[in-house]
Design a protein around this ligand. Structure first.
Ligand code: SAM
Length: 342
């Protein structure tokens, strides 16, 4: 599996090495214009090795701001999307985008070293990531939260998760008290949150002093066609956006670890649905220093059913492209001799 860990300073090192045209291996389209590099320190020589192999490969353009939701970036659309996807989720999404070794790699920075830790898995879905968590933490200490009862029904069927608490809820408005958990984990869910900053602020709030958030999510493509479908489907944040959201929420010791399916050989130009694992530590007890206004989306408000259906169908069609990408990359991996870039 292709993975590399970047702390803040590696970001600085990386940005010094990146041509304005962006990155190939290890890159996810860092334009760098708006990067907040103030807190970036220390570069690990071993990791610079990864960065040095970076070659410009395709152009970078600015992604649409996170505040402009895509077709499936509303809670209602995500609800219906998973009403159907939950039937095949474990059979389609995991082999193509989120394998067991990727999951274990992504969870490693979460530092799950004690079986008694209190852990919340937000957007836990069918419990695939939770299966990785309960290898390290007793299931009775783990809560799986998701807005989709259909996804959660699949999690309930999994024997190792029998003792987990399983609840319906919204990532942007968590039903946990402030300073509740030792670890906040969320894998592959942020892309459906209409207001990602609000979800990350909630991560901060529910953690105890010294607790760690580990958020695993997509990275933005640099190849034009992939960008088109990514933008139509859901939120594919840029790496620097994750770091900025974590910083604004109040987290310290923020690190970003790049992950990806091993048959991609490190290619990130098509974006990745599970492309990075971002961690941050809560430095003080209590609520986040970040104050936000009311929630952007009121799910109780009626929506025009035709507009809803159109958005849903267009979003689902765009998502199909991302079923094909891992197959295309797998074929390339089979055809192109090992050791050569694909
Ligand atoms: C790609 S799945 C990831 C599931 C699981 N974490 C995994 O690793 O396989 C995304 C999940 O996020 C959930 N989700 C989307 N928006 C949410 C929200 N606002 N609050 C809670 N869960 C949400 C979806 O219902 C879905 O189960």
């Amino acid at each position: 599996m292709a993975s590399s860990l970047l702390n803040g300073a590696e970001y600085a090192g990386l940005m010094r090495r990146v041509s304005p045209k962006g990155l190939g291996f290890g890159g996810s389209g860092l334009g760098g214009k708006n990067l907040n590099l103030r807190r970036l320190a220390l570069v690990s020589p071993a990791r610079i090795g990864v960065v040095k192999r970076a070659v410009p490969r395709c152009s970078v353009s600015a992604s649409r701001p996170a505040s402009q939701p895509r077709f499936i970036q509303h809670k209602k659309e995500a609800f219906w999307f998973y009403r159907f996807l939950s039937i095949v989720y474990d059979h389609i999404i995991n082999p193509g985008h989120w394998t067991e070794d990727m999951r274990d790699d992504a969870l490693e920075p979460a530092d799950l070293y004690d079986r008694n830790m209190v852990v919340v898995d937000v957007g836990g879905g069918t419990g695939f990531t939770t299966l990785g968590i309960v290898k390290h933490v007793d299931a009775k200490n783990v809560t799986i939260l998701d807005q989709s009862p259909h996804q959660l029904a699949k999690a309930r069927q999994k024997e190792p998760l029998k003792e987990c608490k399983i609840i319906e809820g919204d990532a942007e408005d968590l039903p946990f008290k402030t300073d509740y958990a030792d670890r906040y984990i969320s894998a592959g869910s942020i892309e459906y949150w209409p207001d990602p900053q609000r979800g990350i602020r909630e991560a901060y709030r529910v953690l105890k002093l010294g607790g760690k958030a580990c958020l695993i999510g997509p990275v933005y493509p640099t190849f034009w066609l992939s960008r088109f479908f990514a933008d139509a489907w859901m939120l594919f944040p840029k790496e620097e956006e994750y770091i900025e959201w974590f910083e604004k929420a109040g987290f310290k010791d923020i690190q970003l670890k790049r992950i990806g399916p091993k048959w991609y050989r490190g290619v990130r130009r098509h974006g990745l649905i599970m492309g990075c694992s971002v961690t941050g530590v809560k430095p003080a007890s209590g609520d986040s220093p970040l104050q936000l206004g009311p929630k952007a989306e009121d799910v109780s408000k009626p929506v025009n059913p035709f507009v809803f259906l159109l958005r849903f169908l267009l979003g689902a069609m765009a998502a199909t492209y991302y079923v094909l990408v891992p197959i295309y990359m797998w074929l390339k991996d089979q055809i192109v001799p090992k050791g050569r870039p694909i």
